[in-house]
Write a protein that binds this ligand. Structure first.
Ligand code: CP
Ligand code: NVA
Length: 334
Protein backbone atom coordinates (compact mmCIF):
# COMPACT_ATOMS: atom_id res chain seq x y z
CA UNK A 1 0.00 0.00 0.00
CA UNK A 2 1.26 3.49 -0.87
CA UNK A 3 1.51 5.93 2.02
CA UNK A 4 3.01 9.39 1.82
CA UNK A 5 1.85 10.62 5.20
CA UNK A 6 4.53 12.63 7.07
CA UNK A 7 7.24 11.58 4.58
CA UNK A 8 10.16 13.54 3.13
CA UNK A 9 10.51 13.98 -0.65
CA UNK A 10 14.23 14.53 -1.19
CA UNK A 11 15.03 12.62 -4.38
CA UNK A 12 13.22 10.47 -6.92
CA UNK A 13 15.36 7.44 -6.12
CA UNK A 14 13.91 7.27 -2.59
CA UNK A 15 10.52 6.40 -4.12
CA UNK A 16 8.87 3.45 -5.83
CA UNK A 17 7.12 3.80 -9.18
CA UNK A 18 3.79 3.20 -7.42
CA UNK A 19 4.45 6.02 -4.96
CA UNK A 20 5.32 8.48 -7.73
CA UNK A 21 2.34 7.33 -9.79
CA UNK A 22 0.10 7.91 -6.77
CA UNK A 23 1.26 11.57 -6.62
CA UNK A 24 0.77 11.98 -10.37
CA UNK A 25 -2.73 10.49 -10.29
CA UNK A 26 -3.68 12.66 -7.34
CA UNK A 27 -2.28 15.76 -9.10
CA UNK A 28 -4.34 14.99 -12.22
CA UNK A 29 -7.44 14.65 -10.05
CA UNK A 30 -6.72 17.91 -8.17
CA UNK A 31 -6.16 19.73 -11.47
CA UNK A 32 -9.43 18.42 -12.93
CA UNK A 33 -11.33 19.28 -9.76
CA UNK A 34 -9.91 22.83 -9.72
CA UNK A 35 -10.98 23.24 -13.34
CA UNK A 36 -14.45 21.84 -12.65
CA UNK A 37 -15.44 23.63 -9.44
CA UNK A 38 -12.93 26.52 -9.18
CA UNK A 39 -10.02 26.98 -6.79
CA UNK A 40 -12.16 28.43 -4.00
CA UNK A 41 -14.48 25.41 -3.95
CA UNK A 42 -11.73 22.77 -3.60
CA UNK A 43 -11.96 21.10 -0.20
CA UNK A 44 -9.52 22.75 2.19
CA UNK A 45 -7.83 19.75 3.73
CA UNK A 46 -4.88 21.52 5.36
CA UNK A 47 -6.61 24.14 7.51
CA UNK A 48 -4.37 24.92 10.49
CA UNK A 49 -1.27 23.34 8.90
CA UNK A 50 1.82 25.49 8.25
CA UNK A 51 4.56 25.25 5.62
CA UNK A 52 7.93 27.05 5.53
CA UNK A 53 9.55 27.55 2.13
CA UNK A 54 13.26 28.16 2.62
CA UNK A 55 15.15 29.53 -0.35
CA UNK A 56 18.94 29.64 -0.43
CA UNK A 57 18.61 30.27 -4.19
CA UNK A 58 16.11 32.29 -6.20
CA UNK A 59 12.81 30.85 -7.42
CA UNK A 60 9.64 31.93 -9.22
CA UNK A 61 7.64 28.78 -10.09
CA UNK A 62 8.57 26.50 -7.22
CA UNK A 63 8.05 29.16 -4.59
CA UNK A 64 4.71 30.26 -6.04
CA UNK A 65 3.52 26.69 -6.50
CA UNK A 66 4.21 25.86 -2.84
CA UNK A 67 2.60 29.12 -1.69
CA UNK A 68 -0.53 28.90 -3.83
CA UNK A 69 -0.97 25.16 -3.28
CA UNK A 70 -0.74 25.50 0.49
CA UNK A 71 -3.17 28.44 0.54
CA UNK A 72 -5.66 26.71 -1.74
CA UNK A 73 -5.61 23.73 0.63
CA UNK A 74 -6.44 26.10 3.50
CA UNK A 75 -3.01 26.06 5.16
CA UNK A 76 -0.54 28.79 5.98
CA UNK A 77 2.82 29.41 4.35
CA UNK A 78 5.91 31.49 5.18
CA UNK A 79 8.83 32.12 2.86
CA UNK A 80 12.35 32.61 4.23
CA UNK A 81 15.11 33.56 1.85
CA UNK A 82 18.84 33.75 2.27
CA UNK A 83 18.98 37.54 2.12
CA UNK A 84 16.38 38.20 4.83
CA UNK A 85 16.89 35.25 7.19
CA UNK A 86 19.79 34.07 9.34
CA UNK A 87 20.23 30.90 7.28
CA UNK A 88 23.76 30.18 6.18
CA UNK A 89 25.60 33.28 7.34
CA UNK A 90 24.52 33.30 11.00
CA UNK A 91 22.74 29.99 11.58
CA UNK A 92 23.53 26.45 10.51
CA UNK A 93 21.16 24.16 8.63
CA UNK A 94 20.95 21.87 11.66
CA UNK A 95 19.88 24.71 13.98
CA UNK A 96 17.50 26.21 11.39
CA UNK A 97 15.88 22.78 10.93
CA UNK A 98 15.14 22.39 14.64
CA UNK A 99 13.80 25.95 14.96
CA UNK A 100 11.48 25.57 11.97
CA UNK A 101 10.25 22.13 13.01
CA UNK A 102 9.04 23.65 16.27
CA UNK A 103 6.78 26.06 14.39
CA UNK A 104 5.67 24.47 11.10
CA UNK A 105 4.35 21.12 9.86
CA UNK A 106 6.58 20.83 6.76
CA UNK A 107 9.57 22.51 5.11
CA UNK A 108 10.40 22.99 1.43
CA UNK A 109 14.07 23.77 0.92
CA UNK A 110 15.99 25.00 -2.15
CA UNK A 111 19.75 24.91 -1.74
CA UNK A 112 23.08 23.88 -3.24
CA UNK A 113 24.53 20.45 -2.64
CA UNK A 114 22.00 17.66 -1.99
CA UNK A 115 23.73 17.12 1.37
CA UNK A 116 22.10 20.37 2.58
CA UNK A 117 18.50 19.24 2.17
CA UNK A 118 19.42 15.83 3.56
CA UNK A 119 20.92 17.44 6.65
CA UNK A 120 17.81 19.59 7.06
CA UNK A 121 15.65 16.47 6.86
CA UNK A 122 17.82 14.67 9.42
CA UNK A 123 17.39 17.44 11.98
CA UNK A 124 13.76 18.42 11.30
CA UNK A 125 11.14 15.98 12.57
CA UNK A 126 8.60 17.21 10.01
CA UNK A 127 8.41 16.33 6.28
CA UNK A 128 11.08 18.05 4.17
CA UNK A 129 10.68 18.57 0.41
CA UNK A 130 13.60 19.19 -1.93
CA UNK A 131 12.66 22.30 -3.90
CA UNK A 132 15.85 21.85 -6.05
CA UNK A 133 19.43 20.99 -5.25
CA UNK A 134 22.52 20.99 -7.46
CA UNK A 135 21.92 17.28 -8.10
CA UNK A 136 18.13 16.73 -8.16
CA UNK A 137 14.86 18.53 -8.89
CA UNK A 138 12.22 16.00 -7.81
CA UNK A 139 9.18 18.29 -7.60
CA UNK A 140 9.91 19.41 -11.18
CA UNK A 141 9.81 15.74 -12.23
CA UNK A 142 6.26 15.42 -10.97
CA UNK A 143 5.20 18.33 -13.18
CA UNK A 144 7.16 17.05 -16.16
CA UNK A 145 5.63 13.59 -15.93
CA UNK A 146 2.12 14.95 -15.37
CA UNK A 147 2.59 17.11 -18.48
CA UNK A 148 3.83 14.21 -20.59
CA UNK A 149 0.96 11.98 -19.50
CA UNK A 150 -1.41 14.70 -20.70
CA UNK A 151 -0.16 14.01 -24.26
CA UNK A 152 0.73 10.31 -24.37
CA UNK A 153 -0.51 7.26 -22.53
CA UNK A 154 1.97 4.80 -21.08
CA UNK A 155 5.62 5.43 -20.30
CA UNK A 156 6.86 8.48 -22.26
CA UNK A 157 9.68 8.51 -24.83
CA UNK A 158 11.81 11.60 -24.38
CA UNK A 159 15.23 13.15 -24.90
CA UNK A 160 17.00 15.70 -22.73
CA UNK A 161 19.39 17.73 -24.88
CA UNK A 162 21.94 19.94 -23.09
CA UNK A 163 23.78 20.01 -19.76
CA UNK A 164 22.94 16.43 -18.79
CA UNK A 165 24.94 16.34 -15.54
CA UNK A 166 22.87 19.08 -13.94
CA UNK A 167 19.87 18.59 -11.67
CA UNK A 168 17.47 18.35 -14.63
CA UNK A 169 19.57 15.83 -16.55
CA UNK A 170 20.03 13.65 -13.46
CA UNK A 171 16.37 13.85 -12.48
CA UNK A 172 14.99 13.14 -15.97
CA UNK A 173 17.31 10.12 -16.17
CA UNK A 174 16.37 8.77 -12.75
CA UNK A 175 12.63 9.51 -12.92
CA UNK A 176 12.39 7.90 -16.37
CA UNK A 177 14.35 4.88 -15.12
CA UNK A 178 11.93 4.41 -12.23
CA UNK A 179 8.82 4.96 -14.35
CA UNK A 180 9.79 2.64 -17.22
CA UNK A 181 10.31 5.40 -19.79
CA UNK A 182 12.45 5.53 -22.96
CA UNK A 183 15.03 8.14 -21.92
CA UNK A 184 17.85 9.60 -23.97
CA UNK A 185 20.41 12.06 -22.59
CA UNK A 186 21.95 13.86 -25.54
CA UNK A 187 25.07 15.75 -24.51
CA UNK A 188 28.83 15.93 -24.92
CA UNK A 189 30.45 13.19 -22.85
CA UNK A 190 32.02 15.80 -20.53
CA UNK A 191 28.48 16.72 -19.43
CA UNK A 192 27.05 13.25 -18.80
CA UNK A 193 25.85 12.33 -15.28
CA UNK A 194 28.37 10.77 -12.91
CA UNK A 195 28.98 6.99 -12.95
CA UNK A 196 27.19 6.77 -9.61
CA UNK A 197 24.02 8.40 -10.96
CA UNK A 198 24.12 6.31 -14.15
CA UNK A 199 24.57 3.05 -12.26
CA UNK A 200 21.74 3.87 -9.86
CA UNK A 201 19.49 4.71 -12.81
CA UNK A 202 20.48 1.48 -14.63
CA UNK A 203 19.49 -0.56 -11.58
CA UNK A 204 16.06 1.05 -11.49
CA UNK A 205 15.69 0.60 -15.26
CA UNK A 206 16.33 -3.13 -14.92
CA UNK A 207 13.38 -3.34 -12.53
CA UNK A 208 11.02 -1.09 -14.52
CA UNK A 209 11.88 -2.06 -18.10
CA UNK A 210 13.01 1.50 -18.90
CA UNK A 211 15.52 2.01 -21.70
CA UNK A 212 18.30 4.52 -21.03
CA UNK A 213 20.57 5.91 -23.72
CA UNK A 214 23.42 8.37 -23.29
CA UNK A 215 24.73 9.70 -26.57
CA UNK A 216 26.70 12.57 -28.05
CA UNK A 217 24.81 12.24 -31.34
CA UNK A 218 21.82 14.57 -31.57
CA UNK A 219 20.14 13.03 -34.62
CA UNK A 220 19.97 9.46 -33.30
CA UNK A 221 19.35 10.68 -29.74
CA UNK A 222 16.16 12.53 -30.56
CA UNK A 223 14.90 10.15 -33.28
CA UNK A 224 11.27 9.21 -32.71
CA UNK A 225 10.89 10.87 -29.28
CA UNK A 226 7.60 12.47 -28.23
CA UNK A 227 9.26 15.12 -26.06
CA UNK A 228 12.47 17.13 -26.32
CA UNK A 229 13.54 18.66 -22.99
CA UNK A 230 16.28 21.14 -22.36
CA UNK A 231 17.45 23.44 -19.56
CA UNK A 232 19.80 26.39 -19.12
CA UNK A 233 23.46 25.69 -19.91
CA UNK A 234 24.70 27.30 -16.68
CA UNK A 235 22.74 26.58 -13.51
CA UNK A 236 22.21 28.63 -10.37
CA UNK A 237 25.27 28.60 -8.16
CA UNK A 238 27.75 28.11 -11.01
CA UNK A 239 30.43 30.72 -11.68
CA UNK A 240 29.94 33.16 -14.59
CA UNK A 241 33.32 32.00 -15.91
CA UNK A 242 31.91 28.62 -16.93
CA UNK A 243 29.82 30.22 -19.71
CA UNK A 244 32.78 30.16 -22.14
CA UNK A 245 33.44 26.48 -21.74
CA UNK A 246 29.72 25.59 -21.64
CA UNK A 247 28.85 27.47 -24.82
CA UNK A 248 31.75 25.80 -26.63
CA UNK A 249 30.57 22.37 -25.50
CA UNK A 250 26.85 22.87 -25.97
CA UNK A 251 26.48 25.02 -29.08
CA UNK A 252 25.86 21.87 -31.21
CA UNK A 253 23.15 20.84 -28.72
CA UNK A 254 21.04 23.99 -28.93
CA UNK A 255 17.40 22.99 -29.49
CA UNK A 256 16.33 24.62 -32.74
CA UNK A 257 13.96 23.66 -35.54
CA UNK A 258 16.56 21.31 -37.05
CA UNK A 259 16.70 19.33 -33.79
CA UNK A 260 12.91 19.23 -33.52
CA UNK A 261 12.72 17.98 -37.13
CA UNK A 262 15.29 15.27 -36.38
CA UNK A 263 12.69 13.62 -34.13
CA UNK A 264 10.92 12.65 -37.36
CA UNK A 265 7.58 13.57 -35.79
CA UNK A 266 5.57 16.73 -36.25
CA UNK A 267 3.79 16.12 -32.93
CA UNK A 268 6.91 16.15 -30.71
CA UNK A 269 6.53 18.61 -27.86
CA UNK A 270 9.21 20.96 -26.56
CA UNK A 271 9.66 21.11 -22.77
CA UNK A 272 11.81 23.27 -20.46
CA UNK A 273 11.60 23.60 -16.68
CA UNK A 274 12.13 27.38 -17.07
CA UNK A 275 13.44 30.00 -16.71
CA UNK A 276 14.79 29.91 -20.29
CA UNK A 277 17.17 32.09 -22.28
CA UNK A 278 15.21 32.10 -25.52
CA UNK A 279 15.36 35.78 -26.46
CA UNK A 280 17.00 39.05 -25.43
CA UNK A 281 14.34 40.15 -22.95
CA UNK A 282 16.57 39.29 -19.96
CA UNK A 283 19.90 40.71 -18.83
CA UNK A 284 21.68 37.38 -19.16
CA UNK A 285 19.99 36.63 -22.51
CA UNK A 286 21.30 39.95 -23.86
CA UNK A 287 24.81 39.41 -22.45
CA UNK A 288 25.07 35.91 -23.93
CA UNK A 289 23.69 37.08 -27.26
CA UNK A 290 26.32 39.82 -27.39
CA UNK A 291 29.22 37.63 -26.23
CA UNK A 292 28.53 34.51 -28.29
CA UNK A 293 26.29 35.60 -31.15
CA UNK A 294 23.30 33.62 -29.84
CA UNK A 295 20.81 36.37 -30.60
CA UNK A 296 17.86 34.04 -31.18
CA UNK A 297 18.09 32.09 -27.93
CA UNK A 298 20.79 30.21 -26.04
CA UNK A 299 19.76 26.65 -25.09
CA UNK A 300 16.62 26.91 -27.26
CA UNK A 301 15.80 29.05 -30.27
CA UNK A 302 13.02 31.55 -29.82
CA UNK A 303 11.27 29.91 -32.77
CA UNK A 304 11.02 26.55 -30.97
CA UNK A 305 10.21 28.15 -27.60
CA UNK A 306 7.31 30.12 -29.08
CA UNK A 307 6.13 27.35 -31.43
CA UNK A 308 2.79 25.58 -31.16
CA UNK A 309 4.70 22.44 -30.06
CA UNK A 310 6.09 24.20 -26.98
CA UNK A 311 4.24 23.13 -23.82
CA UNK A 312 6.42 25.00 -21.34
CA UNK A 313 3.63 27.04 -19.76
CA UNK A 314 1.38 24.01 -19.30
CA UNK A 315 4.43 22.36 -17.71
CA UNK A 316 4.88 25.42 -15.44
CA UNK A 317 1.22 25.36 -14.36
CA UNK A 318 1.57 21.70 -13.50
CA UNK A 319 4.09 22.65 -10.81
CA UNK A 320 1.07 23.88 -8.83
CA UNK A 321 -1.07 20.76 -9.18
CA UNK A 322 1.78 18.34 -8.47
CA UNK A 323 3.11 20.23 -5.47
CA UNK A 324 -0.45 20.44 -4.16
CA UNK A 325 -0.70 16.66 -4.48
CA UNK A 326 2.54 16.27 -2.52
CA UNK A 327 1.34 18.59 0.26
CA UNK A 328 -2.07 16.94 0.43
CA UNK A 329 -0.68 13.39 0.52
CA UNK A 330 2.01 14.14 3.12
CA UNK A 331 0.06 16.48 5.42
CA UNK A 332 -3.61 15.72 4.76
CA UNK A 333 -5.80 13.22 6.60
CA UNK A 334 -5.43 9.73 5.19
N1 CP B 1 11.53 25.36 -12.75
C1 CP B 1 11.82 25.96 -11.59
O1 CP B 1 12.19 25.34 -10.60
O2 CP B 1 11.62 27.31 -11.63
P1 CP B 1 11.98 28.35 -10.47
O3 CP B 1 13.48 28.37 -10.38
O4 CP B 1 11.41 29.64 -10.94
O5 CP B 1 11.37 27.86 -9.19
N1 NVA C 1 19.35 23.66 -13.84
C1 NVA C 1 18.64 24.85 -13.44
C2 NVA C 1 17.20 24.52 -13.13
C3 NVA C 1 16.36 25.70 -12.76
C4 NVA C 1 14.97 25.34 -12.40
C5 NVA C 1 19.32 25.48 -12.26
O1 NVA C 1 19.66 24.73 -11.30
O2 NVA C 1 19.54 26.68 -12.25
Amino acid sequence: MVTWRERDFLAEQDCTADELKDLLDHAAWLKAQRRAVGATQVRQRLVGRQLAVVLAKTSTRTRLAFEVAMRELGGGVSVLDATTSQLGHKESIADTARVLAGMVDAIAYRGGDQAEVEELARYADVPVFNALSDQWHPTQMLADFLTMTEFVSGPPRYAFVGDARSNMGNSLLMMGAIMGADVRLVAPRALWPTDEVRQAAELRAQASGATLLLTEDVASGVADVDFVHTDVWVSMGEAREVWDERVNLLRPYRVDTTVMNQTGKRSTKFMHCLPAYHDQQTTVGRQIAAAYGLADGVEVSNEVFESANSVVFQQAENRLHTIKALLDRTLGDP
